[in-house]
Design a protein. Structure first.
Length: 274
């Protein structure tokens, strides 16, 4: 096996485990179409590194090796902007069940954009060469960074999605996977886990009195033992993925004693540390 080959995730969401065993704990995930680096191999498993330099073991069945090309490999690509998007064999929602349902942020290669039905459908090519159709209303072509206000408006669309330990997609987020995604939409690449996020050199330091919408909040026993994170949205509220009381993405109040007592750090992503 050539470890320098291009490997692509070919399931909607691939679990990344701490060991090459399906029973091992999930440390993170990678979504469909993500290009990963294989750094080690065991029978039936690959240790992969994501573009954010996070590593874990993924099942061989969730990956595809590409020869002499990357993905997307064409001149035009799109990103899924809906929470989920169905991919169809034909440009028709009534002639068959979706071949695949992919999550928000999935990137696909564009093949053609027919003018029929007011250009409702877009033909895409999957990493395994299959050609499928996606509805224009589920995608965006512009991947420019959002403002803090635009990011908060986006975040509100995720309220009610399930909490999932290790989750990084709309099929389920954990706390740091959710804040990492929101920062990514702002064009800011922060670490995967909450503790490293709070310590990241690209984080500016603020306090509760100086909070601004878009700042990140970190909770735990101390700054050295952070276990949770969320994004401040103004008015004393923050949005986060949590298993507390109800395991969903939700909006909570800093006035709630549970969260107020656990708040140990406030950070401004993308700002130089003070």
């Amino acid at each position: 096996m050539a470890l320098a080959a291009t490997w692509i995730v070919t399931v909607p969401v691939a679990n990344m485990h701490s060991a090459p065993d399906a029973k091992a704990d999930v440390v993170s995930q990678a979504i469909y179409g993500t290009e990963v680096t294989v750094v080690a191999s065991q029978p039936g498993w690959k240790r992969i590194r994501t573009p954010g330099a996070y590593e874990g073991w993924a099942a061989d069945s969730s990956l595809l090796e590409l020869a002499n090309r990357g993905y997307p490999d064409g001149e035009r690509a799109l990103w899924v902007s809906s929470l989920f998007a169905n991919l169809y064999r034909e440009p028709d929602v009534t002639t068959g069940q979706p071949l695949l349902t992919v999550p928000f942020e999935t990137r696909l290669e564009v093949v053609s954009e027919p003018v029929e039905e007011e250009r409702r459908w877009i033909e895409t090519r999957l990493p395994d060469e299959r050609r499928v159709w996606i509805q224009r209303g589920d995608v965006r072509f512009d991947d420019s960074a959002l403002s803090a206000g635009e990011t908060i408006a986006l975040a509100r669309q995720f309220v009610g999605l399930p909490y999932l330990w290790g989750g990084v997609s709309t099929f389920g987020y954990d706390c740091s996977g959710f804040t990492q995604m929101l920062c990514r939409r702002r064009g800011i690449r922060i670490p995967r886990d909450s503790g490293p996020q709070a310590r990241w050199e690209g984080m500016g330091v603020t306090d509760r009195a100086g909070l601004e919408p878009g700042d990140l909040l970190y909770f735990g026993e101390s700054v050295d033992r952070i276990t949770h994170t969320g994004m401040y949205i103004g008015g004393g509220e923050f949005i986060h993925a949590t298993a507390y009381k109800k395991p969903v993405v939700q909006i909570s109040s800093l006035g709630d004693p549970h969260w107020s007592e656990l708040l140990v750090a406030c950070r401004r992503p993308g700002a130089a540390p003070e």
